[in-house]
Write a protein that binds this ligand. Structure first.
Ligand code: GLP
Length: 246
């Protein structure tokens, strides 16, 4: 695992944008694995700027998102499809039909999960998968307890995850109870994985991740099974791990 320490959120976002843009310059037909949450927002802003300022083109790029809330259609303002279109995909020159996110409305949900996993195998796996980390160590929506062998599946969200994500909804009860997420095994299929962590609230999770013990109680720890992971961490998120070093 490669650790890149930076000062703050802005530097984390710039460093991540450099790596993503390099991937696209190296292979204009890249498949990018995308994430939601607040963490990648700065990265996405930089990628949008990269189109006009650095001439980066997503014309041949395909994207595969990690997860979607179950029960929300793509045009629901809290769906991850809506989030991605607003924050990135609608502002770069990617063809929307080349951007993939599980459908929160397709039933039966098991069939949607199988369709999505088959899609990952067909057009992917991603050359570069971006990941944030939940405070409980979740990646995508793989909550503690998820098996390393998991493929795209439906999950019941933990109370803590619903509370942290409630900030995007009118109230906590409106946060869906279930989601569809790429599994741990689906994520580990990616060629390279880029994990971003910023802020004091991620310090405990970063410290635990860097201990390097693989455990299903802390899903991000399965990333240690992959040989091409880069973690970009800012000084607040690294603060508890740094205290350990002293
Ligand atoms: C959500 C997403 C995750 C994301 C996590 C952390 O639950 N499903 O993919 O990594 O939140 O979010 P944030 O970046 O806002 O801390």
């Amino acid at each position: 695992m490669k650790l890149i320490r930076v000062e703050n959120y802005k530097e984390m976002s710039s460093k991540a944008a450099q790596l993503v843009e390099q991937q696209i310059l190296d292979n204009p037909h890249s498949v990018l694995g995308l994430a939601t949450g607040s963490t990648p927002l700065g990265l996405y802003e930089q990628l949008i700027q990269g189109v006009s300022e650095r001439g980066i083109s997503y014309r041949h790029v395909q994207t595969i998102n990690l997860d979607e809330y179950q029960g929300l259609s793509g045009d629901h303002p809290n769906s991850y499809r809506h989030f991605m279109n607003e924050k990135l995909l609608g502002h770069i020159d990617v063809s929307l039909e080349n951007t993939h996110i599980p459908s929160g409305k397709s039933l039966p949900v098991e069939a949607e999960c199988q369709r999505y996993e088959a899609l990952i195998d067909k057009i992917g796996p991603p050359h570069l998968q971006m990941l944030g980390m939940g405070t409980n160590g979740h990646i995508g929506f793989n909550e503690p307890g998820t098996l390393e062998t998991s493929l795209t599946h439906c999950v019941k969200l933990e109370a803590s995850t619903r509370s942290s994500n409630a900030r995007f909804f009118s109230d906590r009860d409106s946060v869906p109870t279930h989601a569809i997420t790429m599994g741990i095994q689906s994520i580990l299929k990616s060629e390279q994985i880029l994990v971003l962590a910023s802020g004091k609230k991620k310090a405990q999770a970063v410290k635990r991740f860097l201990e390097g013990h693989t455990s299903k109680d802390f899903p991000a720890s399965f990333l240690w099974k992959h040989n091409h992971v880069t973690l970009i961490v800012d000084s607040d998120a690294y603060s508890l791990a740094a205290a350990e070093e002293e």
